[in-house]
Design a binder for this molecule. Sequence first.
Ligand SMILES: NC(=O)c1ccc[n+]([C@@H]2O[C@H](COP(=O)([O-])OP(=O)(O)OC[C@H]3O[C@@H](n4cnc5c(N)ncnc54)[C@H](OP(=O)(O)O)[C@@H]3O)[C@@H](O)[C@H]2O)c1
Length: 284
Amino acid sequence: MNTNNRFLTSTGRVIPWCIYGTAWKKERTANLVVKAIEAGFRGVDTACQPRHYNESQVGDALKRVLGKGIRREEIYLQTKYTAIDGQDPKSVPYTVNASVTEQVNQSVEVSLKNLQTSYIDTLILHSPMRDYEQTLEAWRTMESIVASGQVYQLGISNFYDLALVERLYEDVEVKPVVLQNRFYQETGYDKELREFCSNKGMFYESFWTLTANPHVLSSNAIKAIAQKHGKTAPQIFFRFLNQSRVVFLTGTCDEQHMLEDLSILEFELSEQEMVLIRLVLGLE
Ligand SMILES: NC(=O)c1ccc[n+]([C@@H]2O[C@H](COP(=O)([O-])OP(=O)(O)OC[C@H]3O[C@@H](n4cnc5c(N)ncnc54)[C@H](OP(=O)(O)O)[C@@H]3O)[C@@H](O)[C@H]2O)c1
């Protein structure tokens, strides 16, 4: 990866500029993660949520690539604690009636076992809990796991309310280093939240980036910029995000797309092109 895009979190750790997403891949997860790492991805996103993620196959994939010229420290691994409301009742990975504290502890234990690793780079709270008290309880537990050394950093996901993010940020000891959100029109592309992140040295991670934005990808502006650079519309959109210091997730199952997504640093968008894309998004 290009060293000009060496993103560092507020704790001084490297976060890859794009992250391979492992949702919905079921029994194909291990092979696809191996392919992604072999293609050049150094960031992997998963969750302790069997409903959508096969976390143990992510661990199998890591086992297959580690030792073959790749060290664990070169891979940035993030997983999530998912509250009971986000789990399939038939496959909850922790004791259903346990306290939030116990759920978080059990979830991380399962993740460490699934991932066959002694540490997680970033543990993400998958979404706000039922109420603020529970959110704080989950966070305090996550902080204690950071203190134990099993998790290096913390993050939040599906937090779309700026006031809530500000409140949590103020109240906690270990500050979140990432916010992982759906990047889409309905939230105005989280303009204020992204500003908050950049003011606090947090990274905004986007998902649903392509899926939620067909109108952006098919816009005349993006089409013209793609033609000029000889790139695809997704590559232009990803490069736009990258130049906006957004870490994008891609869960492509297509090896050609993996290479295309990883090769976006080969070209650069001009400030004028950035403005044109911001106009399409309604951000100018
Ligand atoms: N925190 C959360 O609540 C949450 C929710 C959803 C997802 N996520 C994370 O985000 C990851 C990514 O999910 P996503 O929702 O953004 O969708 P995605 O799984 O990345 O799917 C994006 C779609 O875009 C296509 N695609 C990717 N690269 C392309 C390219 N260069 N050119 C053309 N098409 C391309 C893919 O098709 P091909 O396979 O054919 O390339 C796929 O159909 C997930 O795996 C998960 O890790 C997190």
